[in-house]
Write a protein that binds this ligand. Structure first.
Ligand SMILES: NC(=O)c1ccc[n+]([C@@H]2O[C@H](COP(=O)([O-])OP(=O)(O)OC[C@H]3O[C@@H](n4cnc5c(N)ncnc54)[C@H](OP(=O)(O)O)[C@@H]3O)[C@@H](O)[C@H]2O)c1
Length: 258
């Protein structure tokens, strides 16, 4: 049996289990299975690996995306760039390699989106506002750096000297930043009537709003952007791209970078 799974705490709802079980059924991968492993602490990881010798790969979620780093022998370039890990490949010698597929998923999805109506060379004109400074924001920031899109962080608190507060978002700042990315959980089911507190009235057809939230597909953030004439993109494509990339990593030969 080829086993895969998700570690995190708590694990009430998992997109990954649903996604991989549907994939295994669709592709007739009868030998593959996907389990949820709720770990109260990462000290429970080594006993889990000993108990489950068939495990080939893990997804990692809140609160372990950074805490997992000391348990890993190697880090892929994506994990090194982001400084966090959401996918682990378990090598033949049982050592662990960390990857970040959120970075990959966002980079691919945003590039598709921008490429749909712009030659990528003209990304020069884009500046981005990144709403939120958590784990997903780190992957988004690394992807924007790769695309050479300058960005400013927007946060509820002045935790980094250069970040903006929501109340700083003037008409001029909104006009200067044509790409606005929501990396906060605002709008996520079941709190679907919430959205980031930005001045939506200053948005226009020049803007692209990207929401990492994928449930619902049409969040209030996107709805308000749409009403103001902006282009919009939800988080579902990124979610699928990052999950397929995890599968590709688990099937590929081992890497040895640190
Ligand atoms: N589509 C995908 O593939 C994908 C992948 C990863 C994550 N996501 C989604 O992205 C969202 C964030 O995930 P995460 O792992 O980054 O979570 P996280 O580490 O908890 O960070 C979220 C950040 O959002 C801000 N925030 C939190 N609560 C807020 C509130 N009530 N009002 C305003 N800002 C708030 C905070 O930044 P400040 O303290 O700076 O304000 C926080 O650091 C989740 O909804 C997750 O499902 C989607």
């Amino acid at each position: 049996m080829q086993k895969y799974g998700l570690i995190g705490y708590p694990l009430s709802h998992s997109f990954s289990k649903q996604f991989f079980e549907a994939k295994f059924a669709r592709e007739q991968l009868q030998e593959a299975s996907y389990e949820l492993y709720e770990l109260k602490s990462l000290q429970e990881l080594p006993p889990l690996l000993a108990r489950e010798p068939g495990l080939l790969g893990l997804n990692v979620t809140i609160p372990y995306k950074q805490k997992i780093l000391p348990y890993l022998k190697n880090l892929s370039p994506s994990a090194q760039t982001v400084g966090a890990v959401n996918v682990i490949k378990i090598n033949a010698d049982k050592s662990l390699t960390g990857h970040n597929t959120d970075y990959y998923g966002f980079l691919q999805s945003l590039s598709h989106q921008l490429g749909e109506y712009k030659n990528l060379r003209s990304l020069d004109g884009y500046r981005a506002l990144v709403l939120g400074t958590g784990g997903a924001s780190q992957a988004v920031q690394a992807a924007l750096q790769s695309l050479k899109i300058p960005f400013q962080l927007v946060s509820r608190t002045k935790k980094q000297p250069k970040n903006l507060l929501y109340e700083n978002l003037s008409e001029a700042l909104i006009a200067e930043h044509r790409l606005i990315i929501n990396t906060t959980p605002l709008g996520m089911y079941p709190q679907t009537d919430t959205c980031p507190p930005i001045p939506y009235q200053f948005l226009n057809a020049q803007h692209l709003l990207y929401d990492l939230v994928y449930n619902p597909e049409m969040t209030l953030f996107l709805q308000k952007g749409n009403e103001a004439g902006a282009r919009i993109k939800g988080g579902l494509e990124m979610l699928h791209l990052q999950a397929e990339k995890a599968w590709e990593i688990w099937q590929s030969p081992e890497i040895s970078t640190k």
